[in-house]
Design a protein around this ligand. Structure first.
Ligand code: ADP
Ligand code: 5GP
Length: 203
């Protein structure tokens, strides 16, 4: 049986990674799609777990071979989702989380072959976003400015998503995200013609 795709986007610094860590440990059968990126690892990030960290040349070779389900240039770096990884996980019946930006989400949305639930996470405000990004302490001032500028544009894409979560109080946002995933899974218990799968009364 095939799994489902969940596309999750947010302006950088919103708390998407933090939320996903909290929610994913509590739900069985969910896999995180580990993207490829040309960005340098942050302190504590591990190759193959947070990202596959590759050179620009390796990334462009993969892109030209058609290895990506989608890819985008985000905040001055390339990021891409490996087709092989996603199809492998879906084929095992796992639901797959795609933590991708608004450009990548638009590609998935346009693809007739990829049915996904689209979730957008916003911070309670831009000042709080800046506070969180600064508090994380991973970006230079210049890179932080780029991410904040891009946040304004990314927020405009929120209307294209099926679900919107405000990450104000972390535990509350996590509860909403968990609820969405579980509700989407419940929707999946339907036959291709849309009828619900019924109990077998002869058992
Ligand atoms: P993203 O993955 O969206 O870029 P992170 O998960 O790295 O963001 O979170 C950015 C910073 O904000 C981190 O320092 C994290 O601890 C903090 N953070 C995340 N969620 C909340 C929240 N609900 N309230 C306050 N701080 C938060
Ligand atoms: P970060 O550098 O903070 O880890 O991620 C920056 C942005 O790149 C985030 O919006 C994140 O969702 C996005 N991103 C991560 N992996 C991918 C990917 O494979 N494809 C696309 N399109 N965006 C990605």
């Amino acid at each position: 049986m095939n799994g489902r795709l969940f596309v999750i986007s947010a302006p950088s610094g919103t708390g998407k990674t933090t939320l996903l860590r909290q929610v994913m440990t509590g739900i069985a059968g969910l896999a995180f799609s580990v993207s490829h990126t040309t960005r340098l690892p942050r302190d504590g990030e591990r190759d193959g777990i947070d990202y596959h960290f590759v050179s620009r040349q390796e990334f462009l070779e993969m892109r030209d071979r058609g290895s990506f389900l989608e890819w985008a240039f985000v905040h001055d770096n390339f990021y891409g989702t490996s087709l092989q990884e996603v199809h492998g996980r879906l084929g095992q019946g796992l639901d797959v989380i795609l933590d991708i930006d608004v450009q990548g989400a638009a590609v998935v949305r346009r693809s007739a072959a990829l049915e996904a639930s689209h979730i957008f996470i916003i911070p309670p405000g831009l000042q709080e976003l800046e506070r969180r990004l600064r508090g994380r302490g991973t970006e230079s001032e210049e890179k932080l400015r780029t991410r904040l500028q891009n946040a304004r544009k990314e927020m405009e894409a929120a209307r294209d998503y099926q679900y919107l979560i405000v990450n104000d109080v972390l535990d509350e946002a996590a509860e909403v995200l968990r609820a969405i995933i579980l509700a989407e899974r419940a929707k999946a218990h339907r036959l291709p013609d849309g009828n619900p799968i019924m109990l077998r009364l002869d058992r």
